[in-house]
Design a protein around this ligand. Structure first.
Ligand code: AR6
Length: 205
C-alpha cells in the first residue's frame, strides 16, 4: 500500500503548491511539476525513467531497482532493443511495476574536462525521454536524478540541466500534451538541491 497513484500525486502537489508554494509552478505551467522523495518503482504513473547503461540489460542503483521490481520480462524486452547510446532513450512496458511504461535513458559518465559535452548529453536524456512520452500519448513521466549516482555527475550541475530542459519542453508545443513531470529524489541532500533550484526554473508568479 506504499504505491503512489497519480491521483494522489496530483492531490498532494496541486494542493500544496496552491497553498504553500513548496513545489512552485507558475500559472502558465499549470502546476505540472512535482518533487517527490522515495522509490521511483512505487509510482503508478504512465512512465518512469530508468537511468540505464548502454546494454539496457540492468545494473545497480535505480536500474537494478527497476529491473528487480518489473521482473524478468522487462529484461527480455530490453534484449530486443539493441542497446542505447548515451543521451538517447527507448521505451518498454512496465510489466510488474505499477508504472505502465519504462523509458530507459543512458546518461553520461561525468568527466569535468568534458563538462560542456556531458551537459549536452544529459540534457538530451531529458529531452528525448519527454519526446518519447508525448509520442506514446503518455500524460505523466517521473525522472530519477540521471547520472548522479554511479555515473558521478555532480548533483547541483545535473539538477540545473534537468530543470532547464524540462522547463523548455513544457514551454514548447509538445510540452502542452504532458500533464505532469515528477522529479524523484532518493537522498535528503538531493531533495534540498531540487528544493533550492526549482524556484529558479519554475518561479511562482
Ligand atoms: N528510486 C529513485 N531514485 C533512486 C533509486 C530508486 N529506487 N535508487 C537509486 N536512486 P544511479 P546513474 C537514485 O547510480 O548515475 C547502473 O548500474 C540515486 O540515489 O542509479 O545514471 C546503470 O546500469 C541517484 O540519485 O544512476 C548504469 O550502469 C540516482 O538515482 C549506471 O548505474 C541515479 O543514480 C547509471 O548511473
Amino acid at each position: 500500500k506504499d504505491i503512489r497513484t497519480i491521483a494522489e500525486l496530483f492531490k498532494d502537489n496541486v494542493l500544496r503548491s496552491a497553498k504553500e508554494p513548496r513545489f512552485p509552478a507558475n500559472a502558465s505551467l499549470l502546476n505540472r511539476v512535482s518533487l517527490l522523495q522515495g522509490d521511483i518503482t512505487k509510482l503508478e504513473v504512465d512512465a518512469i525513467v530508468n537511468a540505464a547503461n548502454h546494454s539496457l540489460l540492468g545494473g545497480y542503483g535505480v536500474d537494478g531497482a527497476i529491473h528487480h521490481a518489473a521482473g524478468s520480462e522487462l529484461r527480455e524486452e530490453c534484449r530486443t532493443l539493441n542497446g542505447c547510446d548515451t543521451g538517447d532513450a527507448k521505451i518498454t512496458k512496465g510489466y510488474n511495476l505499477p508504472s505502465k511504461h519504462v523509458i530507459h535513458t543512458v546518461g553520461p559518465v561525468y568527466q569535468s574536462s568534458y563538462a560542456e559535452l556531458k551537459a549536452q548529453q544529459l540534457a538530451s536524456c531529458y529531452r528525448i525521454s519527454l519526446q518519447l512520452a508525448v509520442k506514446n500519448s503518455l500524460k505523466h513521466i517521473a525522472f530519477p536524478s540521471i547520472s548522479t549516482g554511479v555515473y558521478g555527475y555532480p548533483i547541483g550541475n545535473a539538477t540545473h540541466v534537468a530543470l532547464k530542459e524540462v522547463r523548455n519542453f513544457l514551454d514548447s508545443e509538445d510540452g502542452l500534451k504532458l500533464d505532469r513531470v515528477i522529479f524523484v529524489v532518493w537522498s535528503d541532500d538531493d531533495k534540498r538541491v531540487y528544493e533550492n533550484l526549482i524556484p529558479q526554473y519554475f518561479p511562482l508568479e
